[in-house]
Design a protein around this ligand. Structure first.
Ligand SMILES: Cc1cc2nc3c(=O)[nH]c(=O)nc-3n(C[C@H](O)[C@H](O)[C@H](O)COP(=O)(O)OP(=O)(O)OC[C@H]3O[C@@H](n4cnc5c(N)ncnc54)[C@H](O)[C@@H]3O)c2cc1C
Length: 541
């Protein structure tokens, strides 16, 4: 969508083809954050992000070798954000605080690099609102109200303060009025706001969009991509592309089958949109494109809990930031033992799960807490606050027991191990130091802890029954490995030569982060920047 929009702004004839019946793919269901260091928004907020710091940070994670794409990304990121703001409704704002994910590395920051799409009023889209893919059911409440991070506390504790109560009333009033006219809430946040803004801007530029139009193959003449064959409306359509074809079919993060070609042990859940099934990569490879597969991790990971019981859900709740880091919440494996700092990023948490699984079965792992922690912070799809747990317990999503040894039996974990893990956790909670895994020892950990809790905002006792457990499985937010590309989004052949007329962006192109996860927004940020660079390269001819 970004590539199409920029091409349209630059005066080219554009056709956007979407396989499904709605716009947005995984992006529409994401948090919508982009990691773009050095923006105008950051400077205006007083974050003079020194380019050297960003480079040191990325070098420490990915290594210093760069095929030119990383430098191009850093150089063009701020320009991309400004260009879109000037020429379209695609607008971003800086998070006041959203740290990099490895704040103990040189050059890391606590804020200034992560931007959120400005919320969008879906009503502006008119009938087109129905064409924006909704967020996953796991992130909505009351039949279609999107819940942003700032909405959680007012919804959980409406009587906690006057401000909470007012906020709740305003959310409910808006949602009730929305539901009289629309199938879901029109207050669009996060990835849904991003996609709605892109879609709105494309409509304003009169860019033709074909829904239900699926790329089948690329047409080529004398080594140059000259167009595409699409299946559409039950037939086949050939489209000629004078300047180029940009692949943006989302990598293969939504297809359990494709993911299992790359990951071990096999996955059961994919939380990304199922339409992101590797089409673009497969079709480009058939046309001679090279594949970059030597990443630290082939995919971007997140732990999920199974929500097959939730109507309208994707079947998996991604445990991104809300529960694992909180005090009084630990993760244990089948030995009943902790195996990782629970507060690390979702990607690193799953890598920890995999490491532990090599010696002790750790898939599933279990989040364990007591009643006060459950009420204070919630767990997965179980929101915080005092409420009936009946449906969560009845579905087996949440496991409850009056004693720790009974909980261990119910989840098939070693009871002595669990008792020891909890005893150690409680000791660490009192001293404020996690001697085993360092939970709460980094700024990033503490950011997602509870700032009101001390001495360590991520460590609290597990001592007040009943006790709870929830199974966690590895899943993915998207694929990292993908097509070989250059700094202008040109797809390279297996020999490293650009294939004339063929471009890729988003997860179709191999990630410049090479399977590491430096911070929030490291897939959508590069996705948009390389879409912009590809469009500009096409426009320049
Ligand atoms: C819960 C969640 C939260 C996330 N939060 C963030 C975040 O905050 N920041 C971030 O950077 N990343 C985030 N991610 C990851 C991010 O959403 C994805 O990496 C990103 O959306 C991929 O974008 P894309 O444009 O490559 O693909 P998509 O957004 O999936 O778009 C691909 C589109 O191509 C279409 N398509 C597929 N095949 C064909 C075909 N043959 N012909 C025509 N069309 C086709 C699909 O239908 C789809 O609409 C999150 C992921 C999840 C699941």
């Amino acid at each position: 969508m970004t590539a199409a929009l920029v091409c349209a702004v630059e005066g080219l004839d554009v056709l956007l083809c979407e396989k499904s019946d709605r716009a947005g793919g995984t992006s529409a269901t994401s948090a919508g954050t982009i990691w773009v260091p050095g923006t105008r928004q950051a400077r205006e907020a007083g974050f003079g992000d020194d380019g050297d710091d960003v480079r040191r940070y990325l070098d420490s994670l990915i290594g210093a070798a760069d095929d030119g794409r990383r430098a191009a990304y850093l150089a063009t990121g701020p320009e991309t954000v400004d260009y879109l703001a000037r020429n379209s409704e695609v607008k971003f704002q800086l998070y006041a605080r959203h740290p990099d994910y490895l704040t103990n590395r040189p050059g890391a920051t606590m804020a200034g690099r992560a931007l959120a799409p400005v919320p969008f009023d879906g009503r502006l889209l008119g009938a087109d609102f129905a064409l924006v893919r909704p967020p996953i059911g796991e992130f909505m409440a009351l039949g279609g109200m999107t819940i942003g991070r700032d909405d959680i506390e007012p919804l959980a504790r409406p009587f906690g303060s006057l401000a909470h109560f007012r906020r709740l009333l305003s959310l409910l009033a808006r949602h009730a009025s929305d539901r009289l006219r629309h199938p879901r809430g029109t207050r669009l946040l996060m990835g849904n706001a991003l996609v709605a803004r892109l879609f709105f801007s494309l409509r304003r530029r009169n860019v033709p969009i074909w829904f239900g139009a699926s790329l089948r193959e690329l047409t080529m003449r004398e080594g140059r991509v000259t167009g595409a064959v699409l299946s559409s409306g039950g037939g086949t359509v050939r489209v000629t592309a004078r300047c180029g074809v940009v692949l943006a079919t989302g990598g293969f993060g939504g297809s359990v089958e494709r993911l299992n070609d790359h990951v071990r042990p096999p996955l059961a859940h994919a939380v990304a949109f199922e339409g992101a099934a590797g089409d673009g990569i497969r079709i480009a490879r058939a046309a001679g494109a090279g594949f970059e597969g030597d990443h630290e991790s082939p995919v971007f990971w997140t732990p999920v809990s199974g929500t097959g019981w939730l109507r309208g859900g994707r079947g998996a709740f991604p445990h991104l930031a809300l529960d694992r880091a909180k005090p009084g919440v630990i993760a244990v494996n089948s030995a009943g033992r902790r195996f990782v700092d629970e507060a690390v990023s979702y990607h690193d948490f799953v890598l920890g799960m995999h490491r532990a699984h090599e010696s002790v079965p750790s898939i599933p792992a279990w989040l364990v807490c007591d009643r006060p922690a459950l009420e204070a912070y919630g767990l997965g799809r179980v929101p915080p606050g005092r409420r009936s747990l009946r449906r969560y317990l009845a579905s087996g999503y949440l496991v409850e027991a009056p004693m720790l040894d009974a909980l261990a039996r119910r989840i098939g974990a070693d009871a002595a191990g669990l008792s020891d893990a909890v005893e150690r956790n409680n000791r660490f909670a009192a001293s404020g130091i996690d001697e085993d895994f360092g939970k709460g020892s980094t700024d990033f950990d503490r950011h997602n802890g509870d700032p009101r809790h001390g001495p360590n905002p991520c460590l609290g006792p597990i001592a007040t029954p009943p006790y709870y457990a929830m199974a966690l499985y590895p899943s993915t937010l998207g694929s990292s490995v993908g097509l070989r590309g250059d700094a202008d989004g040109r797809v390279l052949s297996a020999q490293g030569v650009p294939i004339a007329g063929l471009y890729a962006c988003g997860n179709d192109m191999a990630s410049i982060m090479r399977g590491t996860y430096p911070g929030p927004g490291i897939t959508l940020g590069p996705g948009m920047v390389f879409a912009y660079r590809a469009a500009m390269a096409i426009a320049k001819g």
